[in-house]
Design a protein. Structure first.
Lengths: 196, 279
């Protein structure tokens, strides 16, 4: 049927859609998006949905539509809080945070992000884990604020926390450094979380 | 009773008052916490965000260390560590990557309610928290996702409420028990925290709570350290102390304010606690 308002419209033919991403997600993440009934409970509850470009329900639809580029370039990928509200309320048990983790990992490997500051924080955090096996909060936050060019961010708050004895400069790391080193140079994928 | 204990990086450093009060409470309840040998960071939330295998390996090492110590249960006071450890255990088991038993991960709240029991907690109270009206805030990761956490009700949990009532306090009915506080974006995307933690503070205020009680160092940090900015953003003065549930139990058990680390909180709970006779 022709739509007079939209002459280019034609009904979508399911057999024309490539389902390779859907299969990939099923294989790699154990998540079957075919179970989605589009009820929207995930997006209704989503903690950060009001600022997402694509809500969880749309994310599931994008997987069905094989829209890998859209998924990799979207903002929601980086500002999802992983609060698991969507997956917890899903009547079909679809683990959307796992899909997002998987797509974010792909985006990361391609060097794509809409939120360079969030990516920088992830990198600095992992480089701290790589170095000592644990996180030292104060050096991490100092380094992050410095490298993201926010030299005075939280300076007063930092001072208050320091006075409360909340920020320690030194925290002992893991003794078995070789264990940590092995994890970061995993054979399956070479990981480098050194200095970004 | 002995149990493996995983403090985690936050509880070890910035939230050391949570660690201290946890140890005080467990000591009074005759629970011996055995710190997991040479534990490493759980990776939350950077590792699972960009490297799934790394997230599994980091937590697999911690679970293996607890198993080598001969424990079949491990408890952690941090909701982030709890979620990562438990998820890794779940995945390693269901994928068949690890043979044999994997220690069961319990959040401290679950351990105290299920393994120790409210009766024992109530019996150890020497100073009742009577007259305190509190909002029990669980945050997102203690009860979610339900198939992995396997504890309490993910929408309207009640375990912390019951503990607080067992030490004499009153708890309010409110809407934001398991809403997210903004989690790991405290430093990297502060505006998200101002927005979400602001909603939590507002809900607690509307429910008439005098303080918010938490069981996660991230929730505490976001609600407490960002409260001034939230007040500025919303034009409302909240002045709500954000107290760890273990700190309140420690006070009710008769431990002094200094030992429970209450002076380390930014919004001071001392005026409120003095008025109610707990400090």
């Amino acid at each position: 049927m022709r739509d007079p308002m939209n002459p280019d419209y034609r009904p979508m033919r399911l057999d024309e859609i490539d389902d390779s991403l859907q299969k990939e997600i099923r294989e790699k993440c154990g998540v079957d998006v075919e179970m989605c009934m589009e009820c929207g409970k995930c997006s209704g509850g989503c903690s950060n949905g009001h600022v997402f470009d694509y809500t969880p329900r749309k994310v599931v639809q994008l997987v069905k539509l094989n829209a890998e580029d859209t998924l990799i370039n979207m903002d929601a990928l980086w500002i999802c809080l992983s609060c698991h509200l969507c997956s917890d309320r899903c009547p079909s048990g679809i683990d959307t945070p796992r899909i997002l983790d998987y797509m974010r990992e792909k985006a990361y490997r391609k060097g794509v992000t809409t939120r360079p500051k969030i990516r920088l924080f992830h990198e600095l955090m992992l480089s701290s884990v790589q170095k000592s096996g644990r996180i030292s909060e104060l050096p991490l936050i100092f380094k992050y604020n410095w490298m993201s060019g926010q030299y005075m961010k939280d300076a007063i708050l930092g001072l208050k926390l320091l006075l409360k004895g909340k920020l320690s400069f030194h925290s002992p790391g893991v003794k078995a450094k070789e264990d940590i080193r092995r994890m970061f140079s995993g054979s399956s994928a070479k990981r480098t979380w050194g200095e970004p | 009773m002995n149990i493996a204990y995983f403090p985690g990086c936050s509880v070890h450093a910035m939230a050391s008052e949570y660690d201290r009060s946890t140890r005080l409470v467990c000591n009074s309840l005759e629970v011996h916490l055995e710190e997991v040998t040479d534990w490493n960071c759980c990776g939350a939330s950077a590792a699972h965000s960009v490297d799934h295998v790394l997230a599994l390996e980091l937590n697999g090492r911690n679970l293996a260390a607890a198993r080598r110590m001969g424990f079949d249960k491990i408890t952690t006071p941090c909701a982030g560590c709890f979620n990562r450890l438990k998820t890794a255990g779940f995945e390693l088991k269901s994928s068949g990557l690890v043979k044999g038993d994997i220690p069961d991960v319990m959040h401290l709240l679950q351990f105290l309610t299920e393994q120790i029991g409210l009766d024992k907690i109530a019996a150890s109270v020497t100073r009742s928290a009577r007259s305190l009206k509190l909002a029990a805030y669980y945050g997102c990761l203690i009860t979610r996702p339900r198939k992995i956490a396997g504890f309490d009700d993910p929408e309207q949990p009640g375990s912390m409420d019951r503990i607080l009532r067992a030490i004499g306090a009153e708890t309010v009915k409110w809407s934001h028990k398991t809403e997210c506080c903004g989690g790991a974006f405290a430093a990297s995307e502060t505006s998200i925290v101002i927005d979400l933690a602001g909603q939590v503070l507002e809900a607690a205020r509307q429910a008439g709570a005098q303080a918010i009680v938490v069981a996660c160092p991230m929730c505490q940090a976001n609600l407490d350290t960002r409260q001034k900015s939230i007040e500025k953003d919303r034009g409302i003065i909240y002045g709500l102390p954000i107290i760890y549930f273990t700190q309140l139990i420690a006070l009710a058990f008769g431990h002094p304010v200094r030992e429970a680390g209450l002076r380390r909180l930014l919004v001071s709970p001392l005026p409120l606690l003095k008025k109610s006779g707990l400090a």
